[in-house]
Design a binder for this molecule. Structure first.
Ligand code: G6P
Length: 761
């Protein structure tokens, strides 16, 4: 029963009182009307008999008097007549009336006395033996002399009948109304309420096996939408609490998104976090008439989101979506995540010229090949350098604007696109704690030294309080580069640079992925893969996988040549081993990237034409961007994953492959020139330039005993689980937040923003 007893009683009481008041009112009105009618009838009768009664008394004949009253026997409501003498004694009475009056029959009724005294008619209701009665007495006179009185008696018991009738109707009415109300309420609310209760119970108990949907009734909509939000938060909190409890139980120091959020809130101590990157965390694009948004597949977004959420931070990035403008306000700001805003994204728009000079030009044709030793010559154009400086200044201006009024803000600059930003910020806001994380390798001083603006870049970076690289080797290369290029003091013991009385700490923070084992199932891509296998004539005995942006640093042609060598060395793999290369086109405006794409396609065709048979080809090149959900089933299916970068800061494909292998199967072949190879020592570590070695490694992977495969994968999974992306963010931001700001007198002199970056000292 969903209506409480209290509610029912109130309903019952309320309806009963109202209906009773009505009933009483109606009964009173009806009784009044009946009384009036009885009085009227009595008056009419008395007046009609008054004359005859006078004459009968005057005649002195008792029989005549008796005859007069005797004719009024057996009338339904009229009880009878009595004629009284002047002394008040009854002279004649309708037979049977005395019986009705009972003991009062012989007494003179007060109405008779009053009528004779006053000389006018008098009436009265009274209680007699037979029940309620009414008497109307009129005086009888002859020539002004009082002869006596005539009294008319009526039975009036029937007058009280309406009270009972109305009371009964009122009770029946009350029961009917309450009953109907309960039935209607039960029918119209009971079912959805039961439904709602069931749904809430499922949410509360967290029983995911039951999939009750919320009630659809319009009436409940505001409630269901609120409860859905509540349930989502509850679900997340419950999962986090479970994980925390599990970790505590295992006495583990493992980082989770929630732990990161909690630790950051404490470390930031009210300071706001500002992140700057070239890539934005949410991209809005137009599809027909509607605007949709996506999260770019970026480890950076996974890592920084929980921190920005925890500090209600601001993320400044380049606008890249064709509907970015519509989705933001006039200043380019919007709350993100768009469906549940928790921090602010501030978009910055670049002109085509700016993007060409800053992004394609200086960042990707200059710094990228400069820092990756992959034997592609960096191109340094002074126009590109000018754009690089002006775009850095543009971002600095936006950042300074956003930081206005914020005390001791924490600034996290991302990557090689913004080498000049730390100094620009620090000069204007010495109270800010600034870090720059360099996501790509740092080469040795000789290699870096070919950059005409190396000192400006180093000086810009050294504005930061903290500089992060993936591995210690990159930190060492950086410190050596600074040592050679700039006047400064290197503190090798603490890995820090002291320049112009400003201290910059240089530390390794190996970036990683979130270790969420419950990844998407990626059904769509499983179907696509099934159709690919159908086209290939079924799943081959062995499947190899490569997942990369098509970039010359990734060693894709080297990988393909090693596969060719594998078929030469071990012909038994022909028709048994297929290598799937997922290659996302990247930076396609740049000539070197176009050439590389051409080279990869040609190499694939050349090798395929050498070995292919009617039903089989050795290499499948899927040249388009695939989402993480699409790649996941491929990771889970591949017997071997090849990461053969010629040089790579970290390489997250290697870690993603490991996370996806919940079955503890699969083998990772990993270039020793990746940052990841420093942690993943259980991979088959190779030199990608060594074709023979790489071919042999693939063979070793495909013939590795299951137990060894499992043992290696298990150890690598443990390493990634422990050193996940939340630890990366926690360590980096934690260290930045705890840096002590220098004394004000030791700070550098403020330069106008326009002058910053125009030539290093
Ligand atoms: C490297 C860089 C990142 C960059 C990514 C993709 O990993 O370190 O900053 O986002 O490549 O490159 P793109 O040029 O497409 O942003």
């Amino acid at each position: 029963m969903y209506l409480s007893r209290r509610l029912m009683l109130s309903l019952l009481g309320g309806v009963a009182v109202v209906s009773l008041i009505f009933a009483l009112y109606q009964a009173a009105a009806e009784m009044h009307a009946l009384r009036v009618e009885v009085e009227r009838q009595a008056v009419v009768l008395a007046e009609s008999q008054q004359k005859a009664a006078q004459q009968a008394i005057e005649s002195g004949w008792p029989n005549e008097i008796q005859a007069l009253v005797g004719q009024f026997q057996n009338h339904a409501q009229m009880a009878g007549l009595t004629i009284y003498g002047a002394n008040g004694q009854a002279l004649a009475m309708t037979p049977g009336l005395a019986n009705r009056l009972g003991s009062d029959a012989n007494a003179t009724p007060p109405a008779v006395t009053r009528a004779m005294q006053s000389g006018t008619a008098r009436g009265q209701f009274f209680h007699a033996k037979a029940g309620q009665m009414h008497i109307l007495a009129v005086p009888l006179k002859a020539d002004g002399r009082l002869l006596g009185a005539l009294a008319v008696f009526h039975n009036v018991d029937f007058i009280s009948a309406p009270v009972l009738r109305h009371a009964l109707i009122s009770v029946a009415q009350t029961l009917l109304i309450v009953g109907m109300t309960l039935l209607i309420v039960r029918w119209s609310l009971g079912r959805p309420l039961r439904h709602m209760a069931q749904w809430l119970r499922d949410l509360r108990t967290g029983d995911e096996s039951v999939t009750h949907q919320p009630p659809e009734e319009e009436f409940f909509r505001p409630l269901t939408s609120e409860v859905t939000h509540l349930a989502t938060s509850l679900h997340v909190a419950r999962a986090a609490a479970k994980e925390e409890a599990r970790l505590r139980d295992a006495a583990s120091s493992r980082w989770t998104a929630e732990r990161l959020g909690i630790v950051m809130r404490a470390k930031l101590n009210g300071s706001r976090l500002f992140a700057v990157s070239n890539r934005e965390p949410y991209v809005h694009s137009r599809q027909g008439n509607s605007i949709s948004w996506t999260v770019p597949p970026s480890g950076l977004v996974t890592a920084l989101e929980p921190v920005l959420r925890a500090s209600d931070g601001i993320w400044i990035a380049q606008a890249t979506g064709d509907a970015d403008k519509e989705a933001a306000d006039e200043f380019g700001r919007l709350g993100v995540p768009p469906d549940h805003p928790q921090y602010t994204l501030r978009r910055v728009w670049l002109s085509n010229e700016e993007e060409n000079g800053f992004y394609f030009g200086f960042a990707n044709e200059g710094i990228w090949p400069l820092c990756h030793i992959a034997h592609t010559r960096p191109v340094f154009r002074s126009e590109d350098w000018d754009y690089y400086k002006s775009v850095n200044r543009k971002f600095a201006a936006v950042l300074l604007e956003e930081m206005e009024g914020e005390e001791q803000p924490i600034v996290l600059v991302q990557d090689y696109h913004f080498a000049l930003l730390p100094r620009m910020i620090k000069e204007r806001r010495p109270d800010a704690r600034v870090a720059i994380f360099w996501h790509i390798p740092w080469p040795n001083p000789e290699a870096f030294g070919i950059c005409p603006w190396q000192r400006d870049l180093l000086d810009g970076m050294l504005g930061a309080d903290l500089i992060g690289f993936h591995i210690q080797a990159h930190c060492n290369n950086f410190l050596e580069t600074v040592d050679r290029a700039l006047e400064s003091r290197i503190d090798w013991e603490h890995f820090a640079v002291n320049r112009r009385e400003h201290l910059t700490t240089v530390r390794p923070y190996p970036i990683s992925v979130a270790f969420n084992s419950n990844g998407h199932s990626g059904d769509a891509s499983a179907a696509e893969r099934a159709s690919l296998y159908r086209e290939l004539g079924g799943r081959p005995a062995f499947v190899g996988l490569g997942v990369d942006r098509v970039d010359y640093t990734k060693g894709i042609p080297e990988r393909l040549r090693a596969i060719e060598r594998l078929f030469e060395l071990y012909p038994a793999y022909r028709e048994k081993f297929t290598f799937i290369q997922i290659g996302a086109p990247s930076r396609t405006h740049i000539k070197r990237y176009q050439e590389l794409m051409k080279e990869v396609v040609e190499e694939t065709e050349r090798i395929n034409s050498r070995f292919r048979t009617r039903a089989w080809r050795p290499i499948v090149f899927l040249s388009r961007h695939h989402s993480h959900a699409e790649i996941l089933p491929c990771y889970r299916d591949a017997d071997v994953c090849l990461v053969t970068s010629l040089h790579d800061g970290m390489n997250l494909v290697a870690k993603e492959y490991i996370v996806s292998r919940e079955d503890e199967q699969g083998v990772l072949v990993l270039s020793r020139f990746t940052g990841a190879s420093h942690e993943l020592v259980d991979a088959l570590v190779v030199n990608p330039y060594d074709t023979e070695q790489l071919a042999q490694a693939i063979h070793t992977a495909l013939t590795m005993p299951a137990e060894e495969r499992r043992a290696r994968m298990r150890r690598m999974r443990a390493a990634v689980r422990e050193n996940n992306v939340y630890r990366w963010a926690g360590d980096l931001i934690g260290e930045l937040a705890s840096i002590r700001l220098e004394a004000p007198e030791s700070r550098v002199v403020l330069l106008p923003l326009e002058k910053v970056g125009k030539g290093a000292a």
